[in-house]
Design a protein around this ligand. Structure first.
Ligand code: KMH
Ligand code: ZN
Length: 282
């Protein structure tokens, strides 16, 4: 079994300071939260950015400022911008973070970015739209820009869509998936096993359990040989009724479980190897 890669989704586009005052909006807050997760053991930061008032944005300058600030505090962490953005954004808006270089680590592109492989209901009237044409366009652009996709899937059909896109040559192997459990497909052990057994051969995977399922899903991934994503984007609580003080606190909880279960943690360099990313030249 590979060492455990922990991703911290530190901010998201939907959660607010009204729900948990520790949700980061400003660049300084984003960098603080990234550092808390990195110090606790996260090797990937899944990144959304906000305006100072909390409005989600995909503005490339705002992403660049956030990435530079994170990089100063976390020299070797893998930064994975979102191309999902927020519900209702256009494809062009969403793609902006793929245009940003990372000169501090000698790259003219981000190492990774998300690639959402289907449309999904987000509650109420909110629909997160990803047509086949969008997925194909994003896949092609990521190949052109040398950005490794983290393929986000919210149900089993999206895994099949990703496999179809791979057959078309717009997603390259080895594929890395993030299985989002508890938005569309239920966050149960049975459904997680079903998702994992539906992955294309050779794929790696992490799980993002939503809300109270975050830590139980991470625990399942630890024993199943997958990887795990935690953080405020998906869950704001460290225990029932108790708000988490930082993303680092959530990462630390999973690190403790992994230690007890005997699964060692991957460093960023080890995560790059597992994900088939080139090593850093710094
Ligand atoms: N905020 C959602 C609309 C991603 O980061 O790629 C999209 C999302 C997925 O969070
Ligand atoms: Zn996201």
């Amino acid at each position: 079994m590979d060492k455990l890669i922990l991703t911290a989704a530190i901010c998201g586009a939907e959660v607010t300071k009204e729900q948990n005052p520790n949700v980061p909006y400003t660049i300084q807050e984003v960098a603080r939260e990234a550092e808390s997760a990195y110090v606790a053991g996260a090797s990937i930061i899944h990144l959304h950015v906000r305006e100072d008032d909390g409005t989600p944005t995909q503005n490339r300058k705002r992403f660049k400022a956030a990435i530079d600030a994170i990089r100063r505090r976390c020299p070797d962490v893998i930064i994975q911008p979102s191309t999902g953005g927020a519900v209702g954004m256009t494809d062009l808006e969403r793609l902006q973070p793929t245009e940003i270089g990372e000169p501090a680590i000698g790259l003219d592109h981000p190492e990774m970015a998300t690639l959402d492989c289907g449309t999904c209901n987000f509650g109420g009237d909110e629909v997160f739209v990803n047509s086949d044409r969008t997925i194909e366009t994003f896949g092609r652009i990521m190949i052109e820009r040398k950005v490794k996709p983290e393929i986000e899937v919210f149900d089993k059909g999206m895994i099949d869509t990703a496999a179809k896109m791979a057959r078309k040559g717009v997603i390259l192997p080895p594929m890395h998936f993030d299985l989002v459990m508890g938005v569309q497909i239920s966050a149960t052990a049975r459904d997680l096993a079903f998702m994992v057994h539906s992955l294309p051969p050779g794929a790696t995977w992490s799980v993002a359990g939503i809300g109270r399922y975050q830590i139980p899903m991470a625990a399942l991934a630890i024993v199943m040989g997958g990887h795990a994503r935690v953080g405020f984007e998906d869950n704001l609580y460290i225990a029932k009724g108790i708000l988490a003080v930082s993303n680092g606190e959530l990462v630390n909880k999973v690190v403790r479980i992994a230690f007890e279960l005997g699964r060692p943690l991957a460093s960023p360099a080890e995560a790059r190897k597992i994900l088939n990313l080139p090593p850093l030249k710094i």
